[in-house]
Design a protein around this ligand. Structure first.
Ligand SMILES: [Zn+2]
Length: 186
């Protein structure tokens, strides 16, 4: 399901910007939350997701996950993120950003009192779908901020591989993000 179709079905939210209440979509809201988290918790660019996780009080571990459909999981109670070590490094980076998204969006950064493992499947399959779409959009916004991505895209002569290298993201994540920003239509 395409992101805009999925998220636009949900109610728009009031958001206070420079003292004025404006109506924004959930997609825009997630983008603003991601910008806020990156501004507060990241000191480098390309974005260091482990630094952000640690600054949010989350520990990040890799483990040998045999199921190739599982990219990672979050134990919100223990504030631990587990990432499939068999994935390529840039895929792991996106997965960490995705799990940070669950922590920020689904738990409002407050841990539950018991262990709940949120397993993140690579292919979205169930009623978890909206949560997964939200976490994916958060991850994309966190590691590929709109302005920096647009600048990098022009700076690298609209070449996907060069731009991906520049932003230190995977080719597939960048392609999805560029499409989402409406930059692939020309
Ligand atoms: Zn997930």
């Amino acid at each position: 399901m395409r992101l805009k179709n999925c998220l636009s079905r949900h109610l728009k939210t009031l958001y206070k910007k420079e003292g004025v209440m404006i109506v924004i979509s959930p997609k825009e809201q997630i983008s603003l939350i991601a910008d806020d988290i990156r501004t507060k918790y990241s000191t480098s660019f390309p974005v260091n997701v482990i630094e952000i996780a640690n600054n949010l009080g989350l520990k990040v571990y890799t483990y040998n996950e045999k199921n190739p459909n599982i990219s990672g999981m979050l134990n919100a109670n223990k504030k631990e993120i587990f990432i499939n070590e068999n994935d390529l490094p840039l895929r792991q980076k996106f997965s960490i950003a995705h799990e940070i998204g669950h922590w920020v969006l689904d738990y409002k950064s407050i841990a539950p009192q018991k262990d709940i493992f949120e397993i993140s499947y690579r292919n979205v399959i169930s009623k978890q779908e909206l949560k997964e779409v939200r976490a994916n959009h958060f991850a994309a916004c966190l590691i590929m901020p709109e302005e920096e991505t647009k600048k990098a895209w022009a700076l690298n002569n609209y070449d996907i591989d060069d731009t991906a290298k520049y932003l230190s993201v995977s080719r597939s994540a960048l392609t999805f993000r560029l499409d989402n920003l409406g930059l692939l239509n020309e």
